[in-house]
Design a protein around this ligand. Structure first.
Ligand code: HEC
Length: 126
């Protein structure tokens, strides 16, 4: 009889231990999606923005070109262009509007949204 009671207590303790959440279970964040065109995490220059600028802007905006082509090859240059050269406004103009960047035609909306969100997220490098 004593053995049965002891066994029951042990089983109960064991069961309650394995049921409870561990500290790790509670602290583990949910997996974050990494789709760059629909970021739910903060947008950063190195993770998201640099590849868009390299593919769409640097052919004209590099230091090898004349002074009219403000270089956009580094984090500091692109950040400064957002802050003081109207980069966000230029990329959001409609096709055919004067001043649209890139000059050849409007980028995909996903790219535009990403750069706008980069600004909203604080123009972080990393
Ligand atoms: C085909 C060449 C070309 C491409 C590609 C291009 N630009 Fe430009 N960009 C120019 C020229 C030329 C000017 C100067 C004339 C003007 O202000 O419209 C300029 C001006 C700008 C300015 C204003 C600079 C200042 O100092 O006032 C910004 C900002 C800009 N571009 C951003 C971009 C961004 C961002 C991209 C890519 C998404 C891009 N450009 C792609 C040719 C280009």
């Amino acid at each position: 009889m004593k053995k049965t009671i002891l066994l029951t207590i042990l089983l109960a303790v064991f069961a309650s231990c394995s049921d409870s959440d561990t500290y790790e279970d509670i602290e583990t964040p949910p997996t974050t999606p990494t789709n760059p065109t629909n970021p739910t995490t903060g947008v950063t220059y190195n993770k998201d923005v640099k590849s868009i600028i390299d593919a769409n802007c640097v052919s004209c905006h590099s230091s090898g070109r004349s002074a009219a082509f403000r270089p956009l090859t580094t984090f500091a240059q692109v950040k400064a262009a957002v802050e003081s050269a109207g980069l966000l406004g230029r990329i959001q103009l409609q096709s055919g509007q004067q001043g649209l960047m890139p000059q050849g035609g409007r980028m995909a909306q996903a790219n535009i949204d990403l750069i706008v969100k980069w600004n909203t997220d604080g123009l972080k490098e990393n």
